[in-house]
Write a protein that binds this ligand. Structure first.
Ligand code: NAP
Ligand code: 8YV
Length: 324
């Protein structure tokens, strides 16, 4: 009798390369995305791995009695109930490092676009407003001479810092810990950093400790010349306070790739000329998304071939197949 191939569940859409890479070794079971699991019991019992984007909650995990590994497409794995997975001895993997350069490049592009208003200038040109004797208005802000505070100094934060160096700006950072051997000033609190710098670039994960930490007090400390860039998670920002600060001139400008309730972007932010807004595209180039897809697939393949995954998240790092 032929040996059954392990079944992989794909709840909703995922990058097609994940499926291409897995289809010859595994049975692929596609289900509807949703908060409630939607997979027939007999199929659910065959599932030993899931490849997911976004939300994968405890109900989904509980619906799959033989689940061993969840491969998350993305370095941020806040959509997966990782505590529940860990409690059940299920491994969770993410896609660190392969997107660092792309996301750091995007952060720099968004910073320059926010300060210098290049998207608005291009729109102005496309609208046919550039005529002899008529120039686009000077940008109120420049990157020159700024003091940039990185909120988050992990894999991506450090790449952003490397890219900022040639711009000759002063660089500081706030993270949970001081990083040894780093020459930039460290601030133990976000508020203290906001008082010292004029620009914050946020690249922190969605956790209990980062919820709405960029609040009215932090924005007021940045001040009317201040700029906020967020490429981490919208969860970290009090968007009501941000829109009010931008509207009232208490904050100079903001550049956002991420929002609290995606894809719903507050109308107040959309209406503001000093907000530069992107639809969560920091890693969204074909080469980088291919690399992320490969890492999702390689984690699942490695798990079934060697009993070890390549990039388990810290909370489930201790899970190994020989414990099962
Ligand atoms: P990482 O290497 O784990 O770094 C996370 C950084 O955040 C670390 O410096 C960490 O501090 C800091 N941090 C965590 N909790 C904190 C808190 N409560 N207060 C202060 N600092 C805190 O992660 P990464 O690979 O750089 O990615 C960071 C996040 O970016 C991801 O989790 C994801 O949500 C987001 N992201 C967004 C996009 C996008 O498309 N926009 C793309 C990729 C990633 P320590 O250094 O002290 O540990
Ligand atoms: C992706 C991201 O857009 O890796 C992350 O944490 O936010 C982005 O790279 C997302 O994970 C999948 O669409």
């Amino acid at each position: 009798m032929p040996v059954a191939r392990p079944a992989i569940l794909i709840p909703g859409k995922i990058h097609p390369r994940v499926v291409e890479r897995l289809a010859d070794r595994f049975e692929i079971i596609v289900a509807e995305r949703g908060d409630s699991p939607d997979v027939a019991r007999e199929a659910a019992e065959r599932v030993r791995a899931a490849a997911v984007v976004g939300s994968f909650n405890a109900a989904w995990i509980d619906a799959l009695p033989n689940l061993e590994i969840i491969g998350n497409f993305g370095v941020g794995y806040d959509g997966v109930d990782v505590a529940h997975a860990a409690a059940k001895g299920i491994l969770v993997t993410n896609t660190p490092d392969v997107l660092n350069d792309e996301v750091a490049d995007t952060a720099i592009a968004l910073l320059l676009n926010t300060l210098r208003q290049f998207p608005r200038a291009e729109q102005w040109l496309r609208e046919g407003k550039w005529r002899s004797g008529v120039s686009f208005p000077l940008s109120p802000f420049s990157l020159k001479g700024r003091h940039v505070g990185l909120y988050g100094f992990g894999r991506i934060g450090q790449e952003i810092a490397r890219r900022l160096e040639p711009f000759k700006v002063k660089i500081s950072y706030h993270a949970r810990h001081r990083h040894e051997g780093v020459a930039y000033d460290y601030f133990a609190t976000l508020t203290d950093m906001a008082k010292a710098v004029d620009t914050i670039v946020a690249i922190v994960p969605k956790t209990a400790g980062t919820h709405k930490t960029i609040d009215a007090a932090v924005l007021a400390a940045l001040g009317p010349e201040g700029v906020l860039i967020n490429v981490g998670r919208g969860w970290s920002v009090d968007e009501v306070a941000l829109a009010a600060a931008l509207r009232d001139g208490k904050l100079g400008a903001a550049g956002l790739d991420v929002f609290y309730d995606e894809p719903n972007v507050p109308a107040e932010l959309v209406a503001l000329p000093n907000a530069c807004l992107l639809p969560h595209v920091a890693s969204a180039s074909a080469p980088t998304r291919n690399a992320m897809a490969d890492l999702v697939a390689d984690n699942i393949i490695a798990w079934f071939e060697t009993g070890r995954a390549l990039t388990p998240v810290p909370e489930t790092r201790a899970v190994a197949s020989d414990d099962r």
